[in-house]
Design a binder for this molecule. Sequence first.
Ligand code: PGA
Length: 250
Amino acid sequence: MRRKIVAGNWKMNTLPAEGIELACGVAKGKGEVCDCVNLIVCPPFTHLYSVIDRLRDTDIAVGAQDCATEVKGAYTGEVSAQMLAALGCEYVILGHSERRQYYGETSETLNKKMARAYESHLTPIYCVGENLEERESNRHFEVVKAQIEEVVFNLTDLQFSKLVIAYEPVWAIGTGKTATAEQAQEIHAYIREVLRSKFGAAAEQCPILYGGSCKPSNAAEIFSQEDVDGGLIGGAALKAEDFIAIGKAF
Ligand code: PGA
């Protein structure tokens, strides 16, 4: 049985007080969600600690949205994996398409960030996904394969056993367009096959989340697919009731 995960990526949204209120709302609704589902919230850096503090007595985990490539030192503006772990973060989103697209993150950068995350015992949620042009020219399989080969294939078996992957087609992020359940299953199964070619049977245990305009009205259908183990939720994670409704979609 693979772990089921619903993770909220708040992106650069909510001021501290709003973030705390959102976290409290999620905590309040958690009882409605099956215990078999791991809920994770990923607030901005500025209120990570307040949210961790509020969620201390719950089983809702907290993740960051990024971490530095370096361990420590003269890197103005950066936040290290070790700092995040010291706050009580358990997860870190790495390789989100917005970071790849707007901040020039490459496989080289991401290999470093993955190493830092594991050194600090953070679980990476590694994001992959193709853009519209790549999908339309039928190159989505090769794009996703390269994103996995160039980064995930460098992990040890032990590191891989802790990894979470999120497949997020760029054309579906924040656009209201969602991959169909069949499209999601097709590429999730493909991702698992690529993982199997390197890590063997351990690939069966790796949670692969879907992300891209996932909402209460479409989550159940997407999550019902065999190789979809949950979701990485953007917009709909900003309303506690929607996030909880997605958690209940399993
Ligand atoms: P969205 O974002 O749910 O708003 O499409 C998902 C994501 O980027 O993680």
